[in-house]
Design a protein around this ligand. Structure first.
Ligand code: AHR
Length: 497
C-alpha cells in the first residue's frame, strides 16, 4: 500500500528549538578522556587538549548544546576539584563508572573552552545528591559573576578574569535513583531550596532545570509540578531504548536476531506516549507551556562490546540505532511546543554515540549521520502534517511503516525527514505539499540505509553506512512519489520558486 502524507507548508505549528539536537557528555568510560580530551601533550592532533578531529565533526553537525558533567557522575562531582593547576587537582574514584581514577584534568575551564570551540551552549548539571547549597551557589558565582567576589577572584586567579555566560543549569540528576534515591516530595523541597541560590549575576540569566521523572513515573512529574513549578524553567525526562527484556539482558548492538529489529523500534516509539502523558500533567500546572520538557537523556542502551569494561558502556552503533535516532527526533520535533531540548546519551564512545574513537582513529556512526542530515530542522518552523501510513505487524506489536516530520526554514525551504521502519521492504510514499506560494523548482534528497540490519562503520571501514544522494522519486503535479529503501532515514529538501 502507498503511504500518503500531506504537508501544509502554510500551517506552522511552532519553532523547533535547535536544542532538540543537543548532546550529553559525562565523565564515563572514554567519553571525556580520549573521546574529547587528550591533553595538550598528546600526539593526537589537538587544540589546547581537545581533539581536532572530534571537534571538527561536531561543529559540522551543528551541535547546539552540550550537557556536562553527568549523569550519575554529576551528583558526586565537586567542581572545586577540577580547577587550578592540573598537577594539583584532586584525584577521585569514579564509583559509578568502572571505579577508575578520575584525575579532574577536564574541569570547568576545559568544558567552557570546549563549548566556545564548538560554538554551542553549555548545560551544566549541579550536584544535589552529595553536594551542598553553598557548593552549587559558589559554582554559579564562579562561572558568571562579574566584579569583586570570592569566586570571581578565584576564577581570575585561575586565568579567566571575565565571566562566562551560562544559561542552562540543572539542579541534580536522577535524584530518584543514582542522585540520592529520593522520594519526589523530598526532592521537590530540596529543589526549591537549592535553586534559590542559583543566582542571576549581571546580565546572565539562568534557565533552572529540575530533575524530572524516569520513563513513566507520572507520580514524580505530578509531584514536582505541583510543588515546584513556579521555581523551574524546565523539567527533565529520561528514557532509554533497551531492546532486551531486562537491564541484565539488554541485547547486543550488532549480530542481534531479526525479531529484535521491530522490538527495538517499538520501544523507541514509546517516547511519543511518554511525552504526551507527561505533557498532559504539565499542562495542568502550566497551561501556557512556559516550562520546557527536556529529554536530556535518551537513546539506545545495549550490552557493552565484548571484552570492554562493563562500567564504560561502550557499544557499536548500527543502522538500527540510526532509525531510533530518526524516529525520536521526529517525535521531539512534533512536540516542539513542550520539548525545548533533548540530549542523546552520549557524545563519544558511550551508549548511542555519534562518534567512536580508538587512539588517533575516529569513526562517525550512523547516528551521527542522522543528526547531520536533520540539522536543517534546527530553529525551523514545524509544519502541519497529515498522514495515512501502513502498519507493520498486528495488535499491540504493530508499528507504523513510516515516521515523518516536516519543517520550513528561514529561507522558505521545506525539509521532510522520513524513516522507513521496515527492514525488509521499500516503502512507497506520496508526499503532497500544500500551501506553498509558487511551485517546486527543486527537490533534493539524501538517504542513509544499509544492506544488513546491523550495518555499521568500523575504524577500518568508516563509510559502510553513510548518506548518499536519494533519487528514487518523481515529482508529478506537486506530489512527490518516492520509494524509500528498507531500513532507511531520508531527508528531502524542497525549494519553491
Ligand atoms: O547515561 C548513562 C547514565 O544513565 C547516566 O549517568 C544516568 O543519568 C542514567 O542513568
Amino acid at each position: 500500500m502507498t503511504n500518503r502524507i500531506t504537508v501544509n507548508a502554510d500551517r506552522a505549528k511552532g519553532t523547533i528549538n535547535r536544542n532538540i539536537y543537543g548532546h550529553f557528555s559525562e565523565h564515563l568510560g572514554r567519553c571525556i578522556y580520549e573521546g574529547l580530551w587528550v591533553g595538550e601533550d598528546s600526539e593526537i592532533p589537538n587544540t589546547k587538549g581537545i581533539r581536532n578531529d572530534v571537534a571538527a565533526a561536531l561543529k559540522k553537525m551543528k551541535i547546539p548544546v552540550l550537557r556536562w558533567p553527568g549523569g550519575c557522575f554529576a551528583d558526586e562531582y565537586h567542581w572545586k576539584d577540577g580547577i587550578g593547576p592540573k598537577e594539583n587537582r584532586k584525584r577521585m574514584i569514579n564509583t559509578h563508572w568502572g571505579g577508575v581514577v578520575e584525575n579532574n584534568h577536564f574541569g570547568t575551564h576545559e568544558f567552557m573552552m570546549l563549548c566556545e570551540m564548538l560554538e554551542c551552549e553549555p548545560y551544566i548539571n549541579g550536584n544535589v545528591g552529595s553536594g551542598t547549597v553553598q557548593e552549587m551557589a559558589d559554582w554559579v558565582e564562579y562561572l558568571t559573576f562579574e566584579g569583586v567576589s570570592p569566586m570571581a577572584e578565584l576564577r581570575e586567579a585561575n586565568g579567566r578574569p571575565e565571566p562566562w555566560k551560562v544559561k542552562y543549569f540543572g539542579v541534580g540528576n536522577e535524584n530518584w535513583g543514582c542522585g540520592g534515591n529520593m522520594r519526589p516530595e523530598y526532592y521537590a523541597d530540596l529543589y526549591r531550596q537549592f535553586q534559590t541560590y542559583v543566582r542571576n549575576y549581571g546580565s546572565n540569566r539562568v534557565h533552572k532545570i529540575a530533575c524530572g521523572p524516569n520513563t513513566d513515573d507520572y507520580h514524580w512529574m505530578e509531584t514536582l509540578m505541583k510543588q515546584a513549578h513556579r521555581f523551574m524553567d524546565s523539567i527533565t525526562l529520561h528514557y532509554y531504548t533497551v531492546p532486551g527484556d531486562s537491564w541484565q539482558e539488554k541485547g547486543a548492538a550488532t549480530g542481534f536476531p531479526e525479531e529484535m529489529w521491530r522490538v527495538t523500534l517499538k520501544k523507541a516509539l514509546f517516547m511519543e506516549e511518554l511525552i504526551s502523558k507527561h505533557s498532559a500533567i504539565m499542562d495542568q500546572y502550566d497551561p501556557d507551556k512556559r516550562i520546557g520538557l527536556l529529554v536530556d537523556e535518551w537513546g539506545t542502551w545495549h550490552d557493552v562490546e565484548p571484552g570492554t569494561n562493563p562500567g564504560f558502556l561502550y557499544q557499536q552503533n548500527t543502522i538500527r540505532d540510526a532509525l531510533v535516532a530518526g524516529i525520536s527526533l521526529n517525535i521531539f520535533n512534533e512536540h516542539c511546543d513542550r520539548v525545548q531540548m533533548a540530549n542523546i546519551a552520549q557524545l563519544v564512545n558511550v551508549l548511542q554515540a555519534v562518534i567512536l574513537t580508538e587512539g588517533e582513529k575516529m569513526v562517525l556512526t550512523p547516528t551521527y549521520h542522522v543528526f547531520d542530515m536533520y540539522k536543517v530542522h534546527q530553529d525551523a518552523q514545524l509544519l502541519d502534517v497529515h498522514q495515512s501510513i501502513t502498519e507493520l505487524g498486528e495488535g499491540k506489536q504493530a508499528i507504523p511503516q513510516i515516521s515523518v516530520s516536516a519543517s520550513k526554514d528561514e529561507e522558505g525551504r521545506v525539509h521532510i525527514s522520513l524513516c522507513n521502519l521496515d527492514h525488509q521492504t521499500s516503502a512507497k510514499v506520496e508526499v503532497e505539499l500544500r500551501g506553498l506560494v509558487g511551485k517546486f523548482v527543486s527537490v533534493k534528497g539524501t538517504t542513509l540505509t544499509s544492506d544488513t540490519i546491523d550495518g555499521h562503520n568500523t575504524f577500518e571501514e568508516t563509510d559502510q553506512v553513510s548518506p548518499t544522494e536519494f533519487t528514487a522519486f518523481n515529482l508529478i503535479d506537486q506530489v512527490i512519489h518516492a520509494e524509500l529503501p528498507p531500513m532507511s532515514v531520508t531527508v528531502l529538501a524542497l525549494t519553491a520558486e
